[in-house]
Design a binder for this molecule. Sequence first.
Ligand SMILES: [Zn+2]
Length: 476
Amino acid sequence: MCTAMDSAVEIDLSGTIFKTKRLTLKAINGSYLSKLNDTVNKYYFDKDPTLFRHILNAHRDGTVHVPRDVCPMLFKKELLFWNIPLSLVAPCCWKYLYEAESDVETFKILLQEENKYDSTNKVDEAQVGIKQTMFAGDSMTDSEVIEDVNENQIGNKRTRASRVWLFLEEPGSSAAAKIWCFFYIFVVILSVVAYIIWLDPSVRVSQYLTKNPKVDALANQTIYEYMVYIFNEKVVLLASTDPHPALLCLDIFCVVFFILEALVHFSMCPDKRNYFLNAYHLLKIFLCISMIISTYFECRKDLLDEHDFRLGEIYHAFKSCYALRLLLIFRLHKIYNGLHIMVLSLRYSVKELLLLGFSFLIAVVVYGCLIFSAEIETDMFPSTQIAMWWSLITMTTIGYGDFYPTTTWGYVVGIVCAINGLIVLALPIAAIASTFSSLYSRNADFQKHMTEVRKQKQILCVEKETLMHCETFEIV
Ligand SMILES: [Zn+2]
């Protein structure tokens, strides 16, 4: 006896006929095929038969296997069309399917960055092109494309202010901007070198120079010995000498350069509110403030002498921020892709970094308290803070040796702490490194694709121009 479920169903996929039982089609609940009309026995679909074979197999088997000769994203689309849930994908094919998905995610991140870079240029046709070719599934409608091209035309009428902004902000925008960027980096390096040798005795001149060298040497010697007796050599050197005038000039030049650049940069910024959301810009502002304060103190050294240490400490705190100027080198990330990818992978590894910080903090506190209790009878760890300092230094495998365990339990804690440190450090770093490597390798593909898109855009532009020429000719 032949029931309705046993009856054969014929499905025509662009000419290729598949025959199966109706019962097979009902195997996946809610799928497109399971909902086919029971009274009809022949169906036609204008779809790829090679993909449909796997869809039908999924109904026979109850699990989905992704074909290796087809793009996983295309197959995913097919699954969505036939309404087969992704939860049925067999574990052997997870890697293949989800790897492709994360690749697409990575490309989306890279495209976002590229868009951000071009935001001052407005949307250009290259992006319109890449949007169409990369994410064909969710590509823009024609009207959106036209809108984008219109925006592009408005964007081309840039004001002078935005041109200056582009010159300062985007080193890749022109050759002059690139040269300016390298000059900026040169000044950054120069200023940091000037700061490093700032306290070197060979580039400092005495404040107490008299015309008679003998008296001078004697006076200096007496004052020097007396001062060293009260303070230490570094403080005395700082208080009794001034930097060489050439070094001072260089420093003033750097300070003026940085402040002027920051002022012009800020005043030309088209979006003042967003300016303050950028960490690099905030660093610039902070450095300018610290430079102004420390330069003021340098000009009014009498203030430092009168109010002895408190103001001196503030002055030195701001002065030591000069070394942070080296961070301004990260401006180069706009030219060098590798550096850019490094910054990007750090930004997208915030979760892992937080995990690292958090697990490290817990381990430091736990091992600190443990070693403190283990060494409670010795006088090696005077406080829990010192014990925590020891656990931090041990976990990072530095081990200064200023504090060390002396009891058996202390050694046990030391061993566990050191091994745990290796593990806690290694795990999140591996995750960050994998983000970096995936971004880096995908970026290489992305850049190649962008080159193709740009080529295509140039061809389109030439065609458009010829077309316009023809039209004007007709009008004439
Ligand atoms: Zn499989």
